[in-house]
Design a protein around this ligand. Structure first.
Ligand SMILES: C[S@@+](CC[C@H](N)C(=O)[O-])C[C@H]1O[C@@H](n2cnc3c(N)ncnc32)[C@H](O)[C@@H]1O
Length: 321
């Protein structure tokens, strides 16, 4: 099939977004890109986005409605397998989200689970702040980066085992601690009762931009798992994506292709949660809402650094009743 001018133009943009370097575009990326460019027109929204992380991101964000054969977990597992290193490079030095200290003040037990911990940035900070922490993620590639990061961090401590003992870890080796620190699991399919997932063994669950990948139908499963893991009065923090008012309703759950990570296009499943619906789901699951990110107009919407045309981030701290 001959490439039309539109496809040529988009390939040009793709190359430019990669700094013009052919080395950063592998054959698989080009195949995937061409396949998407030639794909039959399905219902989709295309939005141009300028990256707040520096440099422009000229590839349009493309959202399509997933058909019933799509497995969101599998799509995101594949995407994050390829994305892990670029995601780490982009987010490595972001500070922990603002409400962490308020969240930590009300912990009934000093053990926190980072749900969808990615490459472990917040796990390290949580540990540094004096807490015992476990990180779970669906992506083994992300977990590998997280483990490497924490290993390096612990090796830098003058007395790593003493540092860990002060936070409640009993293992006699760093490897033993790391084995009990990271688990591959999904938030909706946690093996409750197994090591790392003991009932009522956490004071808090910390979920930063991971629930945005959870299909609506699976939110009750995650909230039931959160409730099982949390001690009475335990707290849950969720930061996730909310849609703009004018975002097409049939694309709130979508396959989204964007290229903010080193210019390469990735397709992930996203679920944009309407804040009021999300708060209702929390109440129904036995949580009371403690604090939310209210914008200046009082709405529970809060533009984040990564909002742009991609909807808003909002966050909530809720307590198990
Ligand atoms: C945007 S990243 C956020 C990572 C990290 N929380 C941070 O703030 O940098 C989303 C992470 O959620 C993980 N994830 C996606 N769906 C998940 C699920 N159903 N259960 C557990 N983790 C999931 C992904 O593998 C990825 O590491």
């Amino acid at each position: 099939m001959a490439m039309g001018p539109v496809v040529h133009a988009r390939l040009g943009l793709l190359k430019r977004s990669c700094g013009g370097s052919k080395a950063r575009l592998n054959a698989q990326d080009l195949r995937r890109f061409s396949a998407s460019a030639f794909a039959p027109q399905r219902k989709r929204a295309v939005i141009l986005w300028v990256s707040p992380f520096g440099g422009s991101n000229p590839l349009p964000i493309k959202r399509i409605k997933p058909d019933s054969a799509v497995n969101p977990e599998k799509v995101n597992m594949e995407a994050y397998a390829r994305l892990a290193a670029a995601y780490q490079a982009r987010t490595d030095v972001l500070p922990i989200a603002d409400p962490f200290d308020d969240f930590a003040k009300v912990l009934s037990l000093n053990r926190i689970m980072d749900v969808g911990c990615g490459p472990g940035r917040d796990v390290e900070t949580i540990l540094q702040k004096g807490h015992k922490v476990v990180g779970i993620d669906l992506s083994k590639e992300m977990l590998q980066l997280a483990r490497q990061r924490l290993d390096a961090f612990l090796q830098q401590q003058e007395d790593p085992l003493g540092f860990l003992r002060a936070r409640g870890y009993e293992s006699k080796s760093i490897d033993g601690v790391l084995d009990a620190m990271f688990f591959q699991a999904t938030m909706q399919g946690m093996p409750i009762g197994r090591p790392g997932f003991e009932v009522e063994s956490y004071g808090g669950l910390w979920a930063v931009t991971s629930v945005q990948h959870l299909p609506y139908a699976q939110l009750p499963k995650f909230l039931a798992n959160a409730s099982a893991l949390l001690a009475p009065k335990g707290v849950l923090y969720v930061k996730t994506r909310a849609p703009f008012d004018n975002q097409p309703k049939d694309l709130l759950e979508c396959l989204e292709t964007s290229s903010e990570n080193q210019g390469l296009p990735f397709t992930r499943f996203f679920a944009y949660y309407v804040p009021s619906d999300f708060l209702n789901s929390l109440e129904q699951a036995g949580f009371s809402v403690v604090r939310t990110s209210k914008g200046p107009d009082g709405r529970i919407q809060y533009p984040s650094t990564n909002s742009g045309e991609r909807g808003y981030k909002f966050w909530v701290i809720a307590q198990k009743k």
